[in-house]
Write a protein that binds this ligand. Sequence first.
Ligand SMILES: Cc1cc2nc3c(=O)[nH]c(=O)nc-3n(C[C@H](O)[C@H](O)[C@H](O)COP(=O)(O)OP(=O)(O)OC[C@H]3O[C@@H](n4cnc5c(N)ncnc54)[C@H](O)[C@@H]3O)c2cc1C
Length: 534
Amino acid sequence: MGRCLSRARDRGADLVRASVSCTSDGGRNGMDGEPTHARYDFMILGGGIGGLVTGALLARAGARVLLVERHSALGGYAHSFRVDGYEFCYQVQYLMGCEPSGPMPRMLARLGLEREIGFNTLDPVGYDVVTCGDLEFRIPATSEAFCRALAARYPEHAEAIANYFARVEAVFAQADGYRRVVRPRDVLLAPWRHRALLRHMGTTVADVFDRLGLPEELRFILAGQAGNLASGPREASFLLHAGMQAAYGRSAAYPKRGLGHMVEAIARRIEEAPGCRVLRGVEVTAIHRAPRGRAIASVSTSAGRFSAGRYISNLDPRRTCALIGLPERAGPRYRYSDAVFTLYLGFEGVELADHGFGRRNFWIHSTRDIDREFDGLIREHRHDQPWIFLSTPSLLSDPGVLCAPDQASMVMLTFVSYARWQALAREPAALERAATQLEEVFLGALQRRFGLTTAHLRVRHRETPIDVVSRLAPPEGNVYGARLTPESYNLRRTTSRTRFANLDLVGATSAYPGVMPITVASMALVDRLLAARA
Ligand SMILES: Cc1cc2nc3c(=O)[nH]c(=O)nc-3n(C[C@H](O)[C@H](O)[C@H](O)COP(=O)(O)OP(=O)(O)OC[C@H]3O[C@@H](n4cnc5c(N)ncnc54)[C@H](O)[C@@H]3O)c2cc1C
């Protein structure tokens, strides 16, 4: 859809309440096309963070919302699950934009959840720790503190370091600190106000490092959180790198009562609103166009066929396009980001603080050349010493929330090639072998780096890319939607608008990836829809 959908106008986008109907029993009998009296203003396809926030805000504004999610749990990559009393969030381990005036509290206030959901701030002296062998650097909160700490350690590069942070802050400021989704029109109408955005539009992180003449060690530290973009500096968009670094620097935080609690509280705003409904475990199977004109007429699901005044797809835009039956060439052109392997661990009777853990995450690298490291993971399938992201959610939430007070939880993950795991999955024994090997490598790293053995390990659960696809169906097991390259983050990027008068997109690929940026995009979409309704 990209060019096709995003060329769209909002003409005819007004809500057509009178024509809104539901032509299904909503899942009770599951007969396609069976008429009922239910009526919806909006049908939301997919209950990831984008679908949930959009649906909840619309429901709060009085609209009748139907949300359909294929998984039994809501939240997509932000959903939570329990293993033997330990609660884990599937993938989201920390949040940006939680400062008091930030987008997350603003969204929660709009939903009346500001008192129910509070945030703990990660360690301001080092919310993330980047390490490789003997080299360890704690990333401090705020760009100024980060810049100061680096300049003190590498005084001979102080000017280049200051230049780097000036660029990061300029990009963040010109994107309004993620407070809105910058659209091509904004940039084209006021290019002087978006100079830093334009200047870095086709630029990778490595391009900026090259221009500034940064040495290897500084490059490593500045790109040490590259996992947040699932790409090495040679490939990752500098715009996204800058946005994420500045946003996490302002607030790296975690919900006091866990992500599962936050997601369910948002979902309740839809479930409890009059005339609204959430269907879990129901899959969208086709999106039908009206016989003439550019509008969507109805949506088929595993629980029947529904229609609404307007449709909002939280599914991947290319997948949305395929469900409409549009030829691939009519859709957006982007490559997917890579897949992930995750290990969830539950400990008992051990103080993680005694092993160096706290309100911080770790980015454990096996080489300072992060591009080479990514190549090793994705192209050469080398996982003997992988790059590992490690988080300890039970130390980030309030105590006793995600597990009992004498227990602790940990999440470790690395990136992998989906194609490789798909090939392994043809032979279950090979898949099992590969997964067990990777698990052992993770546990070995834990022992070497932190002196933490399996003696206190009570829970050990893993998710391969094959499991991810069976839960959430991301195309090619992608982690962040479209690959986070300059090609995807340019003036022609996919936005929420489509060529169909009553279809919008929301989610990682039609915004920026991450819970906060998707939340910002959802709020912007809802404002546009409600303004059209007024
Ligand atoms: C490894 C990893 C770590 C991450 N860490 C962080 C982090 O620490 N902080 C952060 O802010 N972000 C993080 N992210 C990014 C963040 O999780 C995602 O960008 C965000 O959750 C994506 O939300 P979304 O709305 O695009 O939808 P998704 O989460 O992709 O949800 C889409 C939903 O649609 C459903 N669906 C799919 N097909 C159908 C169908 N046919 N019918 C019905 N439903 C369907 C899926 O089941 C899913 O629930 C991480 C992501 C990954 C993968």
